[in-house]
Each structure stands twice: as structure tokens, then as C-alpha cells.
Design a protein around this ligand. Structure first.
Ligand SMILES: Cc1ncc(COP(=O)(O)O)c(C=O)c1O
Length: 389
């Protein structure tokens, strides 16, 4: 562990009372419950009983936008709050014309919800170009090779949702821009657990949601837009107006900032929780979190392989995200078994994802390894190879 995290990990775990009796290795799917989140939700309920609830919600919304802008090195005017990453993908691509440039480059490791938005764009003239293997393995150079002068939009995850493949987004941005295309980055599996800076990445759009590594609740997504000027979106709502509180049904105007892409009333609970999550993350050093999780991933990979388990591991630590994919054909069954023993992990298709965060300790990894060993003994299943990707 790095000094910054080591010195504070005990204190940090106090933020999450459930960690006293639960091993939470699932932040790639859902954040652990925190005392601050409970306080925020109680605050929301208190506000609900007072006059001015909507004003209080709007204040929270501003704080969430500002907190996220600070986290990724953006200006608050470049942030739109939306209900999901899929809606954000829709908004980011809505103004594209798909005439001379028709190609939309995406990869087989794309989160399906976003890939579906890209596929639906084919009805507007886009042509989806896939990179990566059918099995969902994708690399930075797969993207770079797929980009041509016909490419209008490239969509790449900063870290892939299933196998935690971390792409070199800056390299993809360079290739996209050299071809005259825009880059959309899905940072859902990166923001909150490693440094994410939109200028270093060079992306044109970046999306993430609040309910995973950002330590909030599901129900809210942030869309960063490098240049928010441009054609008006066709999906809109009251929050996309210059003055949302004017309540003027007959005027459709758009602010010059990214709020022009916002739609209707966002989830109040997710907004309050987002503020506390971002607040917690802002107290931590993203570089220290990254180093801490890299060490835990390396330790977990060795210990699991020693027990004959198969994990998908990138060839370098740099190319590995914050979780480890343990190959397990009955991922749901293993997850349920572990849950009964106080370990929360995140199944997806034929892998069990083991996600690290600032609060994760080597004791968590040991507890996981012991529980998996016991599961194998009792269920008489064992991975045969112990090999890595
Ligand atoms: C990489 C990634 N992108 C996007 C999402 C969510 O997308 P949406 O908010 O559209 O459901 C998730 C997880 O749910 C994810 O892991």
C-alpha cells in the first residue's frame, strides 16, 4: 500500500460501517453503503418535509456537477447530469449527421447499454464498426487500426466492464482526432478509483455514473462535453432550459453550456448520495488509490492462481483496471454462496468480478481466497488451469 492510503485506510473504513462485517469487492457494480450516504438520504427526507424541497435538490445538483467537474479537471459548464450512461450516449451523438462520415467505431468490450445506443444510431445513417475479438477482448491498437477518415465517432471504455481491460484513451483520442473524429469515453469503471483527467485523455465526451466507484447510488450519470455549443438536442426537458424555473411551456431555448443536454427531473436520492460520494472521493488522492488497488490486484491474482483459480489479468499492471475477473461458469451461484458468508462480489456472464477500492485491505483478499477455497471443496468444483490471460 502507498503511504497516503496506508496511513488512512483504517479511518477510511470507518466511513463504511458495513465493512466491519462484510467484505465488499463489488464497487464495479455497486458502492458499499456509507454513513455519509445514510446521512444524505436522511437529509433528503428532512428536506422533503420542509418548504423549498426543490430548491434544496437544485442546490445538491449544482454541488454534484461541481464535484464531478473538479474530479475530472473540467469546468462545471461542461457537465450535464442525466439519468443513465445510455441517455448520455444518446445525447452526445444526437447532433451527428452521419452523411459523409458514417462510421461509428466501438469495441466488443463496450458496455451493452452503450453499444445498443450506437447500434440504434444505424437508423440515422451511422455504420457501426466493431473492433476486438468476439470473446470481448479488445486493445488500444484494435481501436487505432479501426479508425479511418470515414469515422465520425469513436467510443471506448477507459476500463472495460467485464474483464477490466484498461485502454490508452489518450492514444485513441490522438488517432480519432487525426482522422477528424470525436472520442466518447465511458469512464464508469475508472472514475473514483484512478486518476481521470479529460485534458490528459483528450476525449470530447466522457460519461460515468454515481453508483459504483464514485460511492453514491445508481440513478445518475454525468456527461462531460468538451465543446457544448452546437445543434440543439432533440431529447430535452425542463432542466435543459436557460431558466428551468421559468416554467414557460411555449419557449424552447438552450443554454450555451452542457446543461442544454439535460432532460427531466433527476433522481433526488441519487443526487444527494452523489454529493456525499464525490465529497468522500475528493478527500482521497486518486494516484494513491490507483497504486493501492494495483497492489491488491497483484496479490489477489497470485493467491487465487496458487489455489488453481483462473483469472483474466492484463499483461501489464498499467493495462489492468480496478477489478479482477475470476473465470467461473456458474458465477451467480458462487456469488450467492459468498454473499451468505458476508462477501459481496459482482458476477457478470461467466466471470466473478472482484473490485478493489481505497477501503479494500489485504485481509479482504485473504478472506475471499479462504471462502473460495471452501466453496470449491463443498461444491466439488475447481478451475483446472490457474492460468491468466
Ligand atoms: C462500463 C459501464 N458503462 C455503463 C454502465 C451503465 O450504463 P447505463 O447507466 O446506461 O445503464 C455500466 C454499469 O452499469 C458500466 O459498467
Amino acid at each position: 500500500m502507498t503511504a497516503a492510503i496506508t496511513s488512512s485506510v483504517g479511518a477510511l473504513r470507518q466511513w463504511f460501517p458495513t465493512l466491519a462485517h462484510n467484505v465488499h469487492l463489488a464497487a464495479c457494480s455497486i458502492a458499499p453503503r456509507s454513513a455519509a450516504m445514510e446521512q444524505a438520504l436522511n437529509q433528503m427526507l428532512d428536506d422533503l418535509g420542509r418548504p423549498g424541497f426543490w430548491a434544496a435538490c437544485e442546490e445538491q445538483l449544482w454541488r454534484a456537477r461541481r464535484g464531478f467537474a473538479n474530479l475530472i479537471g473540467a469546468h462545471v459548464d461542461q457537465i450535464a447530469v442525466l439519468p443513465s450512461a445510455s441517455v448520455a450516449a444518446f445525447q452526445a451523438s444526437a447532433a451527428m449527421r452521419w452523411r459523409r462520415r458514417r462510421a461509428l467505431v466501438t469495441g466488443t468490450a463496450e458496455f451493452p447499454g452503450l453499444a445498443h445506443v450506437w447500434l440504434a444510431r444505424q437508423s440515422c445513417g451511422a455504420r457501426v464498426r466493431w473492433c476486438g475479438s468476439r470473446a470481448g477482448q479488445v486493445s488500444t491498437s484494435d481501436y487505432v487500426k479501426a479508425i479511418t477518415p470515414r469515422t465520425a465517432l469513436v467510443s471506448a471504455p477507459a476500463v472495460s466492464y467485464r474483464d477490466a481491460i484498461r485502454l490508452d484513451v489518450a492514444r485513441i483520442a490522438e488517432a480519432a482526432h487525426a482522422a477528424g473524429a470525436k472520442l466518447f469515453v465511458d469512464a464508469y469503471q475508472a472514475a473514483g478509483v484512478m486518476p481521470v483527467n479529460v485534458d490528459k485523455m483528450g476525449c470530447d465526451y466522457l460519461v460515468t455514473g454515481t453508483g459504483k466507484y464514485l460511492l453514491g447510488l445508481p440513478g445518475l450519470a454525468f456527461l462531460y462535453v468538451r465543446d457544448p455549443s452546437g445543434p440543439a438536442p432533440t431529447l430535452t426537458g425542463r432542466f435543459g432550459r436557460t431558466a428551468p424555473n421559468a416554467f414557460d411551456a411555449m419557449t424552447l431555448d438552450f443554454p450555451s453550456n452542457a446543461r442544454r443536454l439535460e432532460t427531466g427531473t433527476p433522481s433526488a436520492a441519487a443526487t444527494y448520495a452523489a454529493v456525499t460520494g464525490l465529497d468522500m472521493i475528493s478527500q482521497l488522492d486518486p494516484v494513491a488509490i490507483r497504486q493501492h488497488t494495483q497492489r491488491l490486484i497483484a496479490a489477489a491474482a497470485v493467491r487465487l492462481a496458487e489455489r488453481g483459480e483462473t483469472v483474466r489479468l492484463a499483461s501489464t499492471a498499467e493495462e489492468q483496471g480496478a477489478h479482477l475477473a475470476l473465470v467461473e461458469p456458474h458465477a451467480e451461484a458462487m456469488t450467492a454462496w459468498l454473499a451468505h458468508r458476508g462477501l459481496t462480489v459482482a458476477p457478470r456472464a461467466s466471470v466473478v468480478r472482484l473490485a478493489m477500492h481505497a477501503y479494500t485491505t489485504i485481509d479482504d483478499i485473504d478472506a475471499l481466497c479462504a471462502a473460495i477455497e471452501s466453496y470449491r471443496t463443498r461444491s466439488r468444483t475447481r478451475q483446472r488451469t490457474g492460468a491468466s490471460r
